[in-house]
Design a protein around this ligand. Sequence first.
Ligand SMILES: [Mn+2]
Length: 304
Amino acid sequence: MSRRPEALDDLPWELPHAFLGLDDAAQSWDHAKAVLLPVPYESTTSYGGGTRLGPRAIIEASRYIEMFDQELGGEPGADIGIHTLPSLELTRAGAGPAMSELEEAYAAVAEACGPRFLMMLGGEHSVSSPAIRVQAERTEGRLTVLQMDAHADLRTQYEGTAHSHASAMARILDVADVVAVGIRAVCTDEIEVHDRTQGSTIIWADEMWEDDTWMDRALDALGPKVYLTFDVDYFDPSFVPSTGTPEPGGGDWYRTLRFLRRVFEEREVVAADVVELAPTPGLHAPDFFVAKLVYKLLAYRFAG
Ligand SMILES: [Mn+2]
């Protein structure tokens, strides 16, 4: 790919359409310590749709984030170097074939990344299972999935498919343990799956409003290597109404950040995803909120 002539560099161009609007140098593959993989896949969404527009909305909103991070000091974005890949376009031949295709593609990306930190942007939550399976395979010892979510996603199948967003965690229990935080909407079957599965821990959302002891309980349940899957419906809908299945009583911004910072400090997070943003036309605050969350996760990952 040949670059535009250098003589044009100083013209008043808009910011690049990459995460944080980073320029070619700050997002070059060689320099980047983090890689974003947009997967705008949506097929089994059961209530409100629109998650296929999530990754683009996150990247667009991220271009307006202040690079300076007051909590950590400095400008983590440029220091880390974040490479934004093009979006993966998965087959429409059905959920099964699409998930197989994703597993293969994700494995290739993870391999190419080497030591770089891979963050996937969904899309509906079903995209997490293939990614987790790949990371579990690549991880020495047992992987723990830290799932921030309103829903347990432990249904063995839903609406006729085992590849539903509502089954995302049921599909990985054989390869990883799961610590689910912020849960407040489950069915009886999911409670049964949870009860009979050693290595399934649930932090209920109402516990989180009592005091902070849940943070220790969640951390104690995490093994040394963690995959973070972040369904944005974990947050209270007053923060992020733009999601397919919103549930009242979710997490807030600062308490959640306090917990996440500890997770990144006390465990090795090997990869992550952020899923289920379904942008609402004309309402850009939730898009910006989620973009800032992605920036915070990357900043915590490379802090200190
Ligand atoms: Mn959910």
